[in-house]
Design a protein around this ligand. Structure first.
Ligand code: ADP
Ligand code: MG
Length: 285
């Protein structure tokens, strides 16, 4: 990244940092306190040396968030960005409630009604992201954060590092990227893929929330990959007994192998599992 790409105002001196909030592939995220305003943020500190050759990912995250982050209340806001000699800094609105990942791991599974509430928000936000011509490409429970500690906290979509803006010339992507276990089968076909990959990831996340493990986890990366490519989706009756057939049908729809037949975010929101005003989550057995 060229020096002139990011402002080099007196920051990061403007901020003091606090506890570590999380780690990513190339970044550490820490609490940051603005000395002038008293504002508290989540500051993603990216080591330039480790990021060398992939600086475009940071530029991309800034461009995407500049375009959409003020447009929807469930997208993390980018408040400030700057660089020092060794690091790039992105300051986000703070999400105090931790990752969806931690909430999944801290209980055997989510109650279906609680999962449906979160899924409704995630899909409404995704509908906005897709309508803005953006594909997230890395939806997973580590990138879905709770605004606060409370059980009823808002959920926020973060980490737009791998996201891409579609334009008239670029309507399909071919780069194989994402996180194993959440990547749709068409990503590996090299024939091109687009917004439906995010719906596939929503299907993986929903399955994970409802039974406490992801759908294609087969013990090794090779077997997991093979399970995705062959569409080997299983609903073990002993785990799925307390879950309604409607929820299973929702998961199955999101995990449709053919991206053209997978629901859009708008269609997924109209699925019976999410659209009913007074949902009745009747266990299947
Ligand atoms: P990477 O692109 O390296 O995966 P992320 O943007 O996903 O980086 O941030 C890594 C982790 O830092 C997240 O999974 C989360 O735990 C924490 N984190 C990121 N943004 C925030 C935020 N706005 N508020 C609180 N914690 C955050
Ligand atoms: Mg991340």
């Amino acid at each position: 990244m060229q020096r002139q790409d990011l402002p080099t105002k007196p920051s990061p001196c403007q901020y003091t940092t606090g506890k570590v909030l999380g780690h990513g592939a190339y970044a550490t995220v820490k609490e940051a306190f603005d000395k002038e305003t008293g504002g508290v943020y989540a500051c993603k500190i990216i080591n330039k040396h480790l990021m060398r050759g992939r600086e475009y990912l940071v530029r991309n995250e800034i461009d995407v968030l500049d375009k959409i982050s003020r447009g929807h209340p469930n997208i993390v806001t980018l408040e400030d960005y700057f660089e020092s000699k060794h690091n790039l800094y992105l300051c986000f609105g703070l999400c105090n409630g931790g990752e969806l990942f931690d909430r999944i791991c801290s209980r055997p599974h989510f109650y279906e009604a609680d999962a449906a509430v979160l899924l409704r928000t995630i899909l409404t936000t995704l509908e906005y992201i897709h309508a803005s011509g953006i594909v997230h490409r890395d939806l997973k429970p580590e990138n879905l954060l709770f605004q606060s500690d409370g059980e009823n906290s808002e959920i926020m979509i973060t980490d737009f590092g791998l996201s891409r803006i579609l334009d008239e010339k670029l309507s399909l992507f071919t780069g194989v990227c994402g996180t194993a276990g959440y990547m749709a089968p068409e990503i590996f076909s090299k024939k091109g893929y687009s917004k439906p990959v995010d719906i596939w990831a929503v299907g993986v996340i929903t399955y994970y929330m409802l039974v406490g493990h992801p759908p294609f986890d087969r013990g090794t990366a090779r077997l997991e990959h093979a399970a995705v490519l062959s569409g080997d989706l299983q609903f073990d009756p002993s785990e799925w007994a307390p879950v309604s057939m409607t929820a299973r049908d929702f998961v199955r729809a999101c995990l449709t192998m053919d991206p053209a037949r997978r629901p859009t975010a708008e269609q997924a929101l109209k699925h019976a599992w999410l659209s009913s005003k007074t949902p009745c989550f009747v266990p299947a057995l």
